[in-house]
Design a protein around this ligand. Structure first.
Ligand SMILES: Nc1ncnc2c1ncn2[C@@H]1O[C@H](COP(=O)(O)OP(=O)(O)OP(=O)(O)O)[C@@H](O)[C@H]1O
Ligand SMILES: [Mg+2]
Length: 309
């Protein structure tokens, strides 16, 4: 599997508040990675560095989806993000909301003027068709013409995911996307993610590149294991004294393990991954367990030396 995104020796602080320390990650194309960690450990800060709105204080984020690696310091359409609170335009239909980004990305203000009316209208038709297709994939085929206030929270969140995916980002980032939803709706959305992963597996079987690479931040460990094929744990509870730090330097990656693969129709059999859940609780969330993060820090130090790709 080829790498699509690397986080190299990334550290971030706000004044004297040291939040992230030497974070190192290598995300492969087609993975669905869940990122878990204690509240306030810096998960959103890490996502903001990847999105490019808040570049790191040291280290870097590198995209590898094209031939030439690119260090990220601004937002770009190769990285989509969906937050817990979706922000849809209330006066546009679901379909128009999804088509909006394509329109802004692919047309200039001049081309939207009268002179180019015919081209503009053909392009709009194409954008609306792509939006409809993506909404169908999100199982929202019947809601194309509905406005956000007419949709449930779960449906709006699916529109927001469609809005991000229609731009075909190299990686989609989800920051606690289902946090505001009730359990049943949450499960429905988890199965949508499993559906995307199933499409990745189909693509791989057919020799195509898997279309979706996703990183999802969640504080729900069951959810993390159920929807992903890899769980990363970010935590401030690690043995930083061993790394020679005089005081707590911030959170780093302390857990990185594959997760079982489920298909959209599978039972949510939490019992089967109870052992992994306990491991994560211990390694990532337990303040009294300060494990060594040596291997992750070592990787980060290599990255600082430029040996990552
Ligand atoms: N813009 C900012 N200015 C100053 N401090 C900030 C800023 N953004 C985040 N922080 C601080 O950085 C730390 C990490 O915050 P962050 O939101 O990344 O954590 P999180 O893991 O996403 O938390 P949660 O699980 O609650 O969403 C916190 O101590 C927070 O107060
Ligand atoms: Mg957060």
């Amino acid at each position: 599997m080829s790498s699509i995104l690397k986080v190299n020796a990334l550290s971030h602080w706000f004044g004297s508040n040291r939040v992230l320390f030497n974070v190192n990650m290598d995300i492969k194309r087609g993975q669905i990675v869940a990122l878990v960690g204690p509240s306030g450990c810096g998960k959103s800060t890490l996502l903001r560095a990847i999105v490019g709105t808040h570049p790191p204080c040291s280290g870097n984020v590198t995209m590898l989806d094209k031939e030439q690696p690119r260090i990220i310091d601004t937002p770009g359409r190769d990285r989509g993000i969906v937050y817990q609170r979706y922000s849809l335009f209330p006066h546009l239909t679901a379909q128009e909301n999804v088509a909006y980004g394509l329109m802004v990305d692919q047309t200039t203000i001049a081309s939207r003027h009268l002179f180019k009316r015919r081209e503009w209208s053909a392009l709009r038709k194409q954008h609306m068709a792509e939006a409809a297709d993506m909404l169908e994939r999100m199982k929202l085929g019947t809601a194309l013409k509905k406005y956000p206030p007419e949709l449930s929270g779960g449906m709006c969140q699916r529109v927001a995911i469609a809005q991000a995916l229609v731009m075909k980002p190299a990686i989609m980032l989800l920051d606690e996307p289902f946090g505001a939803l009730d359990e049943a709706t949450r499960e429905e959305l988890q199965r949508i993610l499993l559906g995307l992963y199933a499409q990745n597996m189909d693509a791989t079987r057919e020799g195509r590149e898997p279309p979706y690479t996703i990183m999802i931040v969640t504080h729900e460990i069951n959810e993390a294991i159920f929807v992903s094929d890899r769980v990363l744990g970010l935590s401030q509870y690690w043995n930083w004294k061993e790394a020679g730090e005089p005081c707590a330097p911030g959170a780093t990656i302390v857990y990185d393990q594959p997760a079982p693969i489920f298909s959209p129709d599978d039972e949510r059999d939490f019992f089967s991954f109870r052992g992994q859940k306990n491991d994560i609780l211990h390694a990532v969330f337990d303040p009294s367990f300060c494990q060594s993060a040596k291997e992750y820090i070592q990787l980060a130090n290599q990255a600082q030396g430029g040996a990552t790709h």
